[in-house]
Design a protein around this ligand. Structure first.
Ligand code: SAH
Ligand code: DHB
Ligand code: MG
Length: 225
């Protein structure tokens, strides 16, 4: 196991070098997040680039992110926006929101992004109540236990063709371990995946990944209505 995780991380490092996945703005954002004591829960650079590519493939003009942390994934996603595009990111922790705003400002992305502070459940309810226009791409990356709730909520903010990406659905394999079935994040991830599978409006899949973040993965769904 130890050898494997070391090799996975080494391959990720090689990708970062070969594909030029890091740059000073991203490095600086990570450094600031560490200085502020935020946990290292950001997507890996190759995953950030994958998010950017998804957003570009979807020609996303409006992006919704749930779970900002220090804004690292936010930078990747916002870089895919065309002129006039907009990204909203929902974050409960004021300290995270503060770091993220600063990181986005430094990245030159302050004007096209907005961090909405507060519990994402409340922010989502408010967005729906306000009649927010639909989002083209939605990235679910907050507390995993609440993913089933987030899925139901964001479907009210989606249109035909909206792409929904869910992070961290594998939990080091605990997702399929009967002994872990009672753990809240596993319960949330399983209920979320099963809701994706059940919903006739969604075409969904899930992918396992290994790398610097260990054994994890993401779900991908497209809405048709
Ligand atoms: N997307 C980030 C990582 C997010 S980590 C990146 O890849 O760079 C998960 C974040 O979700 C944390 O910052 C946490 O504070 C936030 N979060 C957890 N529960 C939340 C909730 N109920 N509402 C809003 N944010 C929440
Ligand atoms: C962890 C990783 C994540 O990508 C995330 O969004 C939340 C937590 C983790 O490693 O625990
Ligand atoms: Mg995540």
């Amino acid at each position: 196991m130890h050898t494997e995780t070391t090799q996975w991380a080494a391959v990720d490092s090689y990708f970062e070098e070969a594909l030029h996945l890091n740059d000073p703005v991203l490095d600086h954002a990570l450094a600031r997040s560490r200085e502020a004591g935020l946990p290292p829960h950001e997507v890996a650079p190759n995953q950030g680039r994958l998010l950017q590519i998804f957003a570009q493939m979807a020609r996303a003009r409006r992006i919704l992110e749930i779970g900002t942390l220090g804004g690292y994934s936010t930078i990747w996603l916002a870089r895919a926006l065309p002129p006039g595009g907009r990204l909203l990111s929902l974050e409960r922790d004021p300290a995270c929101a503060r770091v993220a705003r600063r990181n986005l400002e430094t990245a030159g992305l302050g004007a096209c992004t907005e961090i909405i502070e507060g519990d994402a459940r409340d922010s989502l309810r408010r967005l729906v109540a306000e009649g927010a226009p639909p989002f083209d791409l939605i990235f679910l990356d907050a507390d995993k236990a609440d993913n089933p709730h987030y899925l139901a909520a964001v479907l009210a903010l989606a249109r035909d063709g909206t792409v929904i990406v869910g992070d961290n659905i594998i939990r080091g394999g605990r997702i399929a371990d009967p002994a872990a079935a009672g753990q809240p994040d596993v319960r949330g991830a399983r209920d979320f995946l099963e809701a994706l599978g059940r919903d006739l409006r969604l075409t969904a899949t899930a992918i396992q990944t290994v790398g610097s973040k260990g054994w994890d993965g993401f779900s991908l769904a497209v809405v048709s209505r």
